[in-house]
Design a protein around this ligand. Structure first.
Ligand code: PRX
Length: 695
């Protein structure tokens, strides 16, 4: 917004005037939205509330009270609705934990000793209850007209076939399996097949590069990798098998050989002949899977046995393998889905997330299927063939519950209302948002245009680590405030602490922590209990620390204000600035890099990289492109920097610490808010950086 000041300083007066007009217009829009937001508490209609599972604040208050005063009783009642091959010992407490590093190792346990299986509960249980003919998966391909439907019976058959295949190649309970697949129906099928046999899946988002995939494989050492020849997303074809081969080569050089790769033949994207192949290691899904029996024994696992791992970025070091277990995760996923989306039989639910992220695990696959919901699995992107695709799909399948990310909402908003209003959308009942704070402007558009001012919006706050939603509206129970995730879900006990780790009362701002473990909280970081404790429990003793800042208002509503660590949130994807920096410095001409986030109209946050080159190397656009390409290949396209800012030097303290606060201000173009620069080792570098802005 302050671009005009820079232009004016540079003498570009007409450009400065145009930018200034734009800034004034933007401010006016924001002011209008703010007015609208301040005026409105948005409540569901009386009709909605009457039919909702949780109809009022009083009903919630009562359930919430029990969930925190008697968590064992609360969750035991819910657990009894699921199948347990062997019940937990109900003469003992259902849970035990320690979240205080001063009192010994951190641990969380729920229903230990009980034996169950998530895949059985998500699939077979419904078939056994006579619902095998009901729709489980509605698969919608990238290209209009390609679709497929699976009933719960068909889903069970396919899961069993893949489970039998996995067993046939020696995969056992506790073994790790890497899944690098696009959004085919076979992706949730494969996840469920792993769960059925007690294998621990590690889904790697199929947008990660070979290097990233290799890093995750080196960490978890999978028995097998399941992938796909290639995929079409929008107009692009991505050769996934080629990426897997590259990753396997990288692993091989580091002493780990992948024994087997199962490849789904996606002839819509590439032919078999053109797919790179390694005899003896690779096999085609279509040549192997159909020959297996459609029945397969269930591996009953302990409630505290691992269910899956999923890598996520932290503020330092390599991505962390978040490890979830079985009983608590299952109950957290199922219960939160049921109440937050106000699920009732017959609902058609669509979550636009990719299974490569936690949202695709908990709210595309496990949460809804545990409730017996019909889910839409969409292979494509919301803007292909045009920005109306989502609403076309909503009408086609009569979607009732829709869950997406603010970045998608903003992108669609920008494309114009006609793409939305062209479709009926009458089937919609609840709209959800996840992944980053939703700005009131996007909230309003989602509510008024997409939902015709009829559908409550659930702005759900949670994390890979928490496994399921922790702070959220319950759509029929209390009014929403645009931009606030509102109140804690059952059993969730947030604490807002100050920098000394003291819990604050009433309206306040601070660091968002949990004072009791949410039932689906991760149990450790794969192979690194020490990092688990230092990253999440050491910062504020006695609490789980989320890494987020937040404000609690006079109504007790929570407003998430973003990460307080060096993690940025780009289009709802979590990226560690350290990861991008290490990718940049892997380029031979890059001496040093410092990465910060900045406000981005569509992505929420963009990636802004300050780069210092090796002595004697000149700045050039070509080099800029090379640096971006390096990040794409080291991490993935979604982590590519939006801005490369040449930096002859970086602002450092005398002890050599980079002052990111100053870099954030320069990235945001808030040059008059740089603050005290006198403690810098070389204050002049700041002027140099300002000089090079936009060059
Ligand atoms: O900063 C918060 C933000 O996303 C982070 C978690 O990222 P990830 O583990 O990738 O999981 C994303 C999907 C749950 C959080 O620390 N975040 C997530 N949801 C919201 C949010 N920030 C504000 N409002 C939300 N609803």
């Amino acid at each position: 917004s302050r671009g005009f000041e820079l232009q004016r300083r540079a003498g570009n007066f007409s450009k400065a005037a145009a930018l200034e007009r734009k800034a004034i217009r933007a401010t006016a829009v924001e002011a209008e939205v703010e007015q609208w937001t301040a005026d409105k508490l948005i409540d569901a209609s009386e009709e909605f509330k009457a039919k909702a599972l949780i109809k009022s604040r009083e009903q919630y208050d009562e359930m919430y009270k029990r969930s925190v005063e008697d968590p064992d009783g609360f969750w035991s009642d819910i657990a009894s609705e699921f199948h347990w091959e062997q019940k937990w010992d109900s003469s003992k407490p259902a849970s035990s934990w320690n979240l205080d590093v001063r009192k010994g190792p951190i641990y969380v346990e729920w229903f230990k000793g009980g034996k169950t299986n998530i895949a059985y509960n998500a699939v077979d249980r419904h078939v056994k209850a006579g619902r095998g003919g009901e729709t489980a998966i509605l698969w919608e391909g990238n290209d209009v007209g390609r679709d497929r439907k699976l009933t719960f019976q068909q889903l069970q058959d396919e899961v069993c076939q893949v489970a039998n295949y996995l067993r046939s190649i020696g995969v056992k309970k506790g073994d790790s399996v890497t899944i690098y697949m696009p959004m085919l129906a076979e992706l949730p099928v494969t996840m469920l097949a792993c769960m059925r046999i007690g294998a621990v899946h590690s889904v790697v988002f199929a947008g990660f590069s070979a290097d990233s995939l290799a890093g995750r494989m080196m960490d978890s050492k999978p028995r097998v990798v399941l992938t796909c020849s290639a995929v079409r997303r929008g107009n692009k074809v991505i050769g996934l098998k080629e990426i897997v081969d590259k990753a396997a080569d990288i692993c091989s050089k580091q002493g780990f050989d992948v024994e087997r790769v199962l490849v789904y033949d996606n002839e819509n994207a590439i032919s078999r002949e053109k797919t790179p192949w390694k005899d003896g290691r690779d096999e085609w899904w279509q040549d192997r899977i159909p020959s297996f029996e459609t029945e397969s024994p269930v591996e009953w696992v302990d409630a505290e046995d691992p269910s899956f791992m999923l890598y996520t970025s932290g503020s330092t070091g390599k991505p962390k393998g978040v490890l979830h277990t079985t009983g608590g995760y299952m109950l957290g996923a199922a219960t939160s889905f049921k109440y937050i989306f106000d699920y009732r039989p017959g609902d058609v639910y669509w979550c636009t997330a990719d299974c490569g992220w936690i949202t695709g695990h908990t709210y595309l696959t496990y949460g809804p299927l545990l409730n017996g919901a019909s889910i839409v699995v969409f292979e494509g992107v919301p803007t292909y063939p045009d920005a109306g695709r989502c609403w076309e799909i909503v009408d086609k399948y009569q979607v009732t519950l829709f869950y997406t990310a603010p970045t998608a909402i903003r992108a669609l908003q920008k494309s114009g209302n006609s793409f939305v209003t062209k479709y009926s959308r009458k089937s919609l009942r609840v709209l959800g948002s996840v992944g980053e704070p939703i700005n009131p402007n996007a909230w309003r558009w989602y509510y008024e245009v997409v939902g015709d001012s009829r559908c409550p919006i659930v702005d759900t706050w949670w994390q890979t680590e928490t496994g399921s939603i922790l702070i959220t509206p319950l759509p029929g129970a209390w009014p929403q405030k645009p931009g606030s995730a509102t109140l804690p879900f059952f059993g969730v006990q947030p604490a807002v602490v100050d920098e000394n780790g003291r819990e604050q009362d009433g309206p306040c701002s601070g660091y968002l922590c949990m004072k009791a473990p949410p039932i689906s909280l991760m149990r450790t970081l794969y192979g690194d209990q020490e990092r688990y404790e230092t990253a999440y429990f050491a910062p504020f003793k006695g609490f789980y620390f989320s890494g987020d800042g937040c404000r609690r208002d006079e109504d007790g509503y929570y407003w998430l204000t973003g990460r307080v660590d060096d993690v940025i949130n780009v289009s709802g994807h979590r990226i560690g600035t350290a990861e991008v920096e290490s990718a940049l410095v892997s380029h031979s001409m890059c001496a040093e890099a410092a990465v910060v986030g900045y406000d981005h109209e569509i992505k929420g946050q963009g990636i802004y990289a300050f780069v210092t080159l090796m002595e004697g190397v000149d700045y050039s656009d070509d080099l800029r492109r090379q640096l971006v390409t390096t990040v794409r290949s080291e991490i993935g396209a979604f982590a590519a920097p939006d801005v490369i800012h040449w930096a002859p030097g970086l602002p450092k303290t005398r002890s050599g610490k980079i002052m990111r606060r100053i870099l954030r201000k320069i990235a945001a173009n808030q040059l008059d808010e740089l603050g005290d620069t006198s403690t810098l080792a070389e204050p002049a570098v700041v002027d140099q950086l300002i000089e090079l802005r936009g060059k």
